[in-house]
Design a protein around this ligand. Structure first.
Ligand code: FE2
Ligand code: FE2
Length: 382
């Protein structure tokens, strides 16, 4: 290290003198110089020291190296439009040696994936992580009528299934993303961690009173399968984050509001707060993508129509979940309560539609398209 440092500091062609007490010093130095391409001279007068002149190889090694963009994402020039695959895993802003291997990250275009909002959303997400063990009053005592508890268990079972899809989709794309877009990768990773917590707390609430999980339907799974298997990042983010998680925001706030017990209310509130960030990031990067290429709107619209066609023979939201939502909001089987519960659910469905239309307009869809696409959204909600 000392010799290398001295050689780096020496001017071109200027010799440095090395001396030391190790008996084999000159033997080792000579070998090292040959390997590194430096010129080695041992002065005849003094056998304890050597003279070395820096060879060209050490500086040539880094001559073809290049900077992998800039470290600071707030500087607009730091993020390049098409980072080369040879930058690979290098920290953004690092000096990458030439001859580094080519990686194969399919999501390698800034316009496809980047939003400067990722920086802020990641910071918010890490600050807002909560601990399922302490954030939820698991030990509070309550007892619901049997059928209301069954309704809660059915809704939780449905939520777990949907959260699983919501974990898989961003996780798949993390592995496809060029690491140059580090902040986007981090946002998606925290999003996956959020969904892992949602799966945990909804499962725990379902099992809290010793019941088994409820029903999982073919129609619900068919709808989620179209999400899990969607290969295109823009389409998957649109279907999952803008339409699906956007719709789930209304659902989770509804569940929080009508929850018959404090545990259900807490798990839904905490999940809803996380979901708001997932929706925000989906909106942010899709808006930037659409601004750089307006034809993306047509691609997204067609994806909704295609998904609707593929699912048109399935039942959509299963009757068990719908009925459970009505009973959940009703609180009892009295006909008057059921009528009120039904009205609340009908208003929820209307609110979901309104929310979707608003987000579609914000992305740049026309009034007509927003209305059509929102009504074609899967009846499974996610
Ligand atoms: Fe979630
Ligand atoms: Fe989510």
């Amino acid at each position: 290290m000392l010799v290398k440092r001295a050689l780096r500091a020496a001017a071109d062609g200027h010799p440095i003198t090395v001396s030391g007490t190790a008996p084999d010093l000159l033997v080792h130095l000579r070998t090292w110089c040959r390997a590194e391409g430096h010129e080695f001279q041992s002065p005849e007068l003094d056998p304890t020291c050597a003279v070395i002149v820096r060879g060209p190889a050490s500086s040539q090694r880094w001559s073809g190296a290049e900077r992998a963009g800039g470290a600071d994402a707030l500087n607009p020039a730091a993020i390049v439009d098409r980072p080369p695959q040879r930058w690979g895993l290098a920290a953004r802003g690092a000096l990458v040696e030439s001859g580094s291997p080519e990686f194969h990250f399919p999501l390698a275009e800034k316009a496809q994936v980047w939003s400067a909002d990722a920086i802020r959303l990641y910071a918010q997400a890490t600050a807002a992580q909560w601990d399922p063990a302490t954030a939820i009053p698991w030990d509070v005592e309550f007892d619901l009528p049997d059928e209301v508890e069954d309704a809660v268990v059915q809704i939780m079972t449905y939520l777990v299934e949907n959260e699983t899809a919501a974990l898989i989709v961003p996780s798949r794309f993390i592995a496809q993303l060029h690491p140059h877009f580090r902040e986007v990768m981090q946002v998606l990773a925290v999003q996956a961690a959020d969904e892992a917590r949602h799966m945990e707390v909804f499962t725990r609430r379902a099992l809290l009173k010793g019941r088994r999980p409820g029903l999982s339907t073919a129609g619900g799974q068919a709808s989620l399968q179209t999400l899990v298997e969607e290969p295109d990042f823009a389409v998957a983010s649109f279907l999952l984050s803008v339409l699906g998680e956007g719709t789930f925001l209304s659902l989770l706030w509804f569940l929080e509001r009508f929850a018959p017990d404090p545990v259900t209310s807490a798990v839904c509130r905490l999940a809803a707060q996380d979901e708001a960030r997932h929706v925000a990031f989906g909106m942010a990067h899709l808006r930037e993508h659409i601004q750089s290429d307006a034809s993306v709107l047509g691609l997204l619209a067609n994806a909704v129509r295609r998904r609707h066609d593929a699912l048109r023979h399935t039942a959509g939201l299963n009757a068990e979940v719908f009925d459970a939502l009505v009973l959940f909001a009703a609180g009892s089987w009295s006909p008057a309560d059921i009528a009120t519960g039904y009205d609340h659910v009908a208003r929820l469905v209307e609110e979901m539609h309104t929310g979707r239309r608003k987000r579609l307009l914000r992305l740049g869809f026309s009034e007509g398209d927003a209305e059509e696409l929102s009504s074609l959204h899967t009846r499974n909600f996610m």
